[in-house]
Design a binder for this molecule. Structure first.
Ligand code: 13P
Ligand code: SF4
Length: 323
C-alpha cells in the first residue's frame, strides 16, 4: 500500500465528521506521528473526548477512563503518549512505572482533580472515622494515595457495593456520588467537586431537545446534575454511551457530554442521526496532533509520580481493577 492510499483510507474512517479541507491540513502531522510511533516504539492512548483526527487517525488504544487504565497495563511499548488529561497520564504511569509516559500538554487538567487535596481527604476521614474513601480516578495521585480504592463512572456502583459496608465516602464528584446513590442502598457521602463541562447541562436543555427532535434518545454522563440524569433515557460512562448506541441503534440520539464524543461515535454508526448539544472540555482540547508530534520528537512532557505517594496510589487503582 502506498503512503497516499493509506492516508486516504485513514481519512475515510472519519470522513463523516472531518471535512476534507481540514484533513489536508492534518495529513503531514498524521504521517509524521505514524512514523515516530514506529521509531520510538510508542503507543498512543486516546480518551473518547479527543478530536476525531487524533481518535481515528493516530490512536492505538481508545476508550473511557476505565478502559484506558485497564489497557495501559497490557501495553507492550517503550513509550506511552496519553492523549487525554493529566490524571489519565498519571494513572498510566502508576501502572507502568518502568515506561516513559508523555502528556503532550501539561495544562490538560480537570476541574474535578483540582477540587480536592490529600489534606481535604484527611479532614473527611477525621470527620467520618471508619468510613471507606472511594476516589474517582479524576484526581491526583496524591489524593488516590489518601484513599482506599478508586472508581470510574463505568464501575462506581460495583466498587461501592464491593466493599460490603453501609456507608462510604465517594469523592470528589458530588453529582456522580448522588447519581450512584440513587442506584444503591449504600449511604454515600459526597464532596463538592463538579465537572465544569457536565455541570452546565440543565433539565430545560433536555426538554428543549426533545421538543425540537421528537423521538430523540437522550444518553447522559453521570457527571451531569441528578436533575439531568432524571430526565435522560440512559446514564453511563463514555464507553457506556457508545456501547448503548451500538447495541440499541436508536434512529436519533443525543449524547449529553463533551462535543468530540458524538463525532467519534458517529463515525462508527453511520445509520444513527446524532443531535449535538454539547460542551467542550478545554482541558481535553489542549491536546492536538501538533503537540502529540512534538511529544514524540522531543520526548516531552514526561509524567512522573512522587515516589512518596506512588505505591499507595497504585494500590487504590489496582484494587479497583481487581473488581
Ligand atoms: P469516562 O470515564 O466516562 O470516560 O469519563 C471521563 C471524564 O473525564 C468524563 O468527563
Ligand atoms: Fe475533567 Fe470534566 Fe474535562 Fe472530564 S470533561 S476531563 S471531568 S473537566
Amino acid at each position: 500500500m502506498t503512503a497516499a492510499i493509506s492516508m486516504e483510507a485513514l481519512y475515510q474512517r472519519m470522513a463523516r465528521v472531518v471535512p476534507k479541507a481540514e484533513w489536508l491540513g492534518f495529513e503531514e502531522d498524521v504521517e509524521a506521528i505514524l512514523a515516530l510511533k514506529k521509531t520510538r516504539n510508542a503507543v498512543i492512548l486516546a480518551h473518547n473526548y479527543q478530536t476525531p483526527e487524533i481518535f481515528h487517525g493516530v490512536a492505538d488504544i481508545v476508550g473511557d477512563s476505565l478502559a484506558l487504565a485497564r489497557k495501559a497495563m497490557t501495553v507492550d511499548a517503550d513509550v506511552i503518549v496519553l492523549a487525554g488529561v493529566h490524571f489519565m497520564a498519571e494513572t498510566a504511569k502508576l501502572l507502568n512505572p518502568e515506561k516513559t509516559v508523555l502528556i503532550p500538554d501539561t495544562g490538560a487538567g480537570c476541574s474535578l482533580a483540582e477540587s480536592i487535596t490529600p489534606e481535604d481527604v484527611a479532614l473527611l476521614r477525621a470527620a467520618h472515622p471508619g468510613v471507606p474513601v472511594i476516589t474517582y480516578v479524576n484526581t491526583s495521585a496524591a489524593v488516590k494515595a489518601a484513599s482506599d480504592i478508586c472508581c470510574t463512572s463505568g464501575n462506581a456502583k460495583q466498587v461501592v457495593e464491593s466493599l460490603g459496608v453501609p456507608k462510604v465516602l465517594m469523592i470528589p464528584d458530588e453529582y456522580l456520588a448522588r447519581n450512584i446513590a440513587r442506584e444503591t442502598s449504600v449511604e454515600i457521602l459526597a464532596w463538592h467537586g463538579h465537572c465544569e463541562v457536565h455541570e452546565l447541562f440543565t433539565p430545560e436543555d433536555i426538554e428543549e431537545l426533545r421538543a425540537a427532535h421528537p423521538g430523540v434518545v437522550v444518553l447522559a454522563h453521570p457527571e451531569c446534575p441528578p436533575e439531568v440524569i432524571a430526565v435522560a433515557d440512559f446514564a453511563g460512562s463514555t464507553a457506556g454511551m457508545s456501547d448503548y448506541v451500538g447495541r440499541e441503534k436508536p434512529a436519533r440520539v443525543a449524547l449529553i457530554t463533551e462535543c468530540s464524543m458524538s463525532d467519534n461515535v458517529a463515525v462508527q454508526y453511520p445509520a444513527v442521526d446524532f443531535v449535538r448539544p454539547c460542551n467542550l472540555c478545554p482541558h481535553m482540547k489542549q491536546i492536538t496532533l501538533k503537540n502529540i508530534r512534538m511529544a514524540l520528537e522531543e520526548n516531552r512532557h514526561e509524567v512522573t509520580v512522587d515516589p512518596a505517594v506512588a505505591d499507595r496510589a497504585r494500590l487504590a487503582v489496582e484494587r479497583m481493577l481487581a473488581i
